[in-house]
Ligand binder design. Structure first.
Ligand SMILES: NC(=O)c1ccc[n+]([C@@H]2O[C@H](COP(=O)([O-])OP(=O)(O)OC[C@H]3O[C@@H](n4cnc5c(N)ncnc54)[C@H](O)[C@@H]3O)[C@@H](O)[C@H]2O)c1
Length: 281
């Protein structure tokens, strides 16, 4: 299928690799050439190391990259039948993209919103055909993780759900369909846990490594909440907690001041080289 992948950050480049290595043609869009250059380098690295996570592919990276068109022009997705949007978790940015897509794409184009927390129904309301809009919440790293949370908006059609599940099957992923409320299943629970773990550091209850050790060694989790926060990106965590706070008007989602401070200081986790841990690449 011809798939437009918008946003070439942590998620977009993983989604592009996930589909391109199964033969799909990708138009990968971001706003600057240097971001696309970084994405291309990261896709090469991710492909090289995916075997360590049990992911096998017989194809070459040259062939896979040959199926990805890197572009800064959103109009270049006009021939894509399916769009997966992965831009920053910010309503104004997402809204602007969907408003443009409404004009660029066909009536039959389907839109998969890769968001941590925004309501899929709210995104659907921006579109001429809200029945063509669905949530597909890929897990990080998107080319490795086998399961995707698929969110049915108020107007999402059965056809859009079927196409999405079949497309996921074509790249050996399973979609789990849930109904739409901000944060869905995964992030209503995960973001609260991560934010509360940051409060533990903020209040001096324990250090990051000990909090993570408790989750890993006592509960058998593969990663602790603060390692997870660094993997996701602390900016994305903050945006997500803010979306939940505004959506539910519930103080339990108030973002920890330490999270805000770290984001303001540029400590974004793995993507900036430092968060709760230091990463030397
Ligand atoms: N990081 C995670 O673990 C994770 C997991 C699941 C879903 N998500 C969601 O996926 C989306 C992307 O998150 P991310 O972690 O990849 O963020 P990111 O900051 O790594 O990447 C976002 C990308 O969007 C691009 N962008 C911004 N405005 C744009 C525009 N107008 N046109 C084209 N590109 C534009 C940015 O340049 C950036 O490269 C967010 O909605 C996030 O909530 C993130």
């Amino acid at each position: 299928m011809n798939i437009g992948v918008i946003g070439a950050g942590v998620m977009g480049r993983g989604v592009a690799l996930a589909y391109a290595q199964y033969g799909h043609n990708i138009v990968l869009v971001d706003k600057e050439e240097n971001i696309l250059e970084d994405a291309k380098k990261q896709i090469k690295t991710d492909f090289r190391f995916q075997g360590m996570y049990g992911k096998k592919c017989e194809d070459t990276i040259e062939n896979i990259l040959g199926r990805i068109t890197f572009t800064t022009q959103l109009e270049n997705v006009n021939k894509c039948e399916y769009i997966i949007e992965n831009v920053t978790e910010n309503w104004e940015i997402k809204k602007d993209i969907y408003t443009q897509l409404n004009k660029i794409c066909n009536e039959s184009t389907l839109y998969a919103v890769n968001t941590s927390c925004f309501s899929i129904t709210q995104v659907g309301a921006l579109m001429n055909k809200p029945e063509n809009v669905i949530g597909s919440h890929y897990m990080n790293p998107a080319h490795i993780k086998s399961t995707v949370e698929v969110i049915k908006g108020y107007h999402t059609s059965e056809g859009t759900i079927d196409t999405t599940l079949n497309l996921l099957k074509s790249i050996e992923k399973e979609g789990v369909v849930v109904n739409d409320l901000p944060g869905f299943v995964s992030n209503r629970v995960l973001m609260l846990t991560v934010n509360e773990a940051i409060y533990l550091v903020h209040e001096g209850v324990a250090e990051a490594k000990d909090i993570d050790k408790i989750f890993k060694q006592c509960f058998g989790h593969k990663m602790g909440p603060l390692e997870t926060a660094d993997l996701i990106g602390l900016d994305t965590i903050l945006f997500s907690v803010e979306v939940l706070y505004e959506s539910y008007c519930d103080s339990k989602y108030r973002p920890c001041p330490l999270l805000k401070k770290m984001v303001n200081a540029g400590l974004l986790g793995r993507k900036s080289g430092k968060g709760f841990y230091v990463y030397n690449y």
